[in-house]
Design a protein around this ligand. Structure first.
Ligand SMILES: Nc1ncnc2c1ncn2[C@@H]1O[C@H](COP(=O)(O)OP(=O)(O)OP(=O)(O)O)[C@@H](O)[C@H]1O
Length: 305
């Protein structure tokens, strides 16, 4: 069993605080690290993989600090977000180089096995600059897996993959999680995380926003107050009906937009009541659009900013 502990960890770059006093534990199975762009996910992953020292706090693997600890590196595989590959090598040579760096007893066999795991054997002798983005991603994955690490860290691994490649990678990660490996992947796409990880850690603006079961956190997100932009055949009559209903806490008539801006406090009740309130008054609903659905807003709600 391999467990990563991040304890009161911060990392700053000059006066930018990328990670701000985060404490979390990542155990065996698949964990999703979710957060909008710039939240600090890559910085966290780089500290977990030993590429970056924490400015404060500790990052440990089974109680041992990871920074400058070669024993830990042997247990960790990293699939970085950046491309940064030697394009003039073939995929096979690239994976082999990593097998040799790890001083594996039979680097060729290990490289061949890792390439087979990601279904890249057929393209192993082609230069990396002829690969598609998805193929590059798979070769990076093979290189991270070549030494059979017990911890696999992946930074935005699904970026640029087509749906089939995405499913393949999801299956592979799920299998590794089931085998008892500690797998952590970052993403800013809720649906991606939902499909693969039952346990998630949410970071927003460098801070730890939520941790735990995906469904619990999804419910928190769904239950938050929502804002809508509504256009109808009679905005003022609809506004009067909505303000009398307990599902709504605020309404603004936006004359310029010829619309209503509505704050719904009870999401489930609001989505059920709005159509009936309109129907009862012969009002036609023309537009009902959420106006605060960006991930940043959803996440900000979780951290209470
Ligand atoms: N080497 C660096 N020097 C200066 N600032 C940095 C450095 N690395 C990261 N940052 C800053 O730290 C913050 C967090 O960045 P980080 O890349 O960890 O976020 P992220 O959640 O991975 O975002 P993305 O999904 O866009 O990669 C950002 O404000 C970023 O600009």
């Amino acid at each position: 069993m391999t467990t990563l502990h991040i304890t009161n960890t911060s990392r700053w770059f000059g006066n930018v605080v990328a990670v701000n006093d985060i404490t979390m534990t990542i155990g065996p199975g698949v964990t999703g690290l979710l957060g909008p762009n710039g939240a600090g996910k890559s910085t966290l992953i780089n500290m977990m993989s030993g590429f970056l020292a924490p400015s404060a706090g500790t990052v440990t693997l089974d109680e041992k600090p990871i920074w400058r600890n070669a024993d830990c590196y042997r247990q960790i595989g990293l699939v970085p977000e950046r491309e940064g590959m030697y394009d003039y090598l073939t995929g096979g040579e690239f994976v082999l180089a990593n097998a040799e760096l790890h001083q594996l007893p039979d680097p060729r066999a290990a490289a061949a096995e890792a390439l087979a795991t990601v279904e890249m054997t057929h393209a192993a002798d082609r230069r990396i600059d002829t690969y598609s983005k998805g193929m590059r991603q798979r070769v990076k994955m093979a290189s991270a897996l070549v030494h059979h690490p017990s911890v696999l860290l992946l930074d935005e691994p699904f970026n640029g993959m087509d749906p089939r490649q995405r499913l393949q990678l999801m299956d592979l990660l799920a299998k590794m999680g089931d085998e008892g490996r500690t797998v952590l992947f970052s993403s800013h796409i809720l649906e991606e995380v939902e499909q693969l990880a039952s346990h998630i850690e949410v970071v927003v603006a460098g801070r730890h926003a939520a941790s735990g079961d995906f469904r619990k956190i999804r419910r928190l997100m769904t239950d938050r107050p929502h804002r809508y932009l509504i256009r109808s055949s009679d905005n003022r009559a609809l506004a009067a009906a909505l303000i009398a209903d307990a599902s709504t806490s605020g309404i603004e008539v936006d004359v310029a937009e010829d619309a209503l801006r509505v704050q719904a406090v009870d999401f489930a009740r609001f989505t059920e009541r709005l159509p009936s309130l309109a129907r009862e008054r012969d009002i036609r609903l023309l537009t009902v659009a959420p106006s605060d659905e960006s991930l940043e807003n959803v996440f900000s709600y979780l951290v209470g900013t």
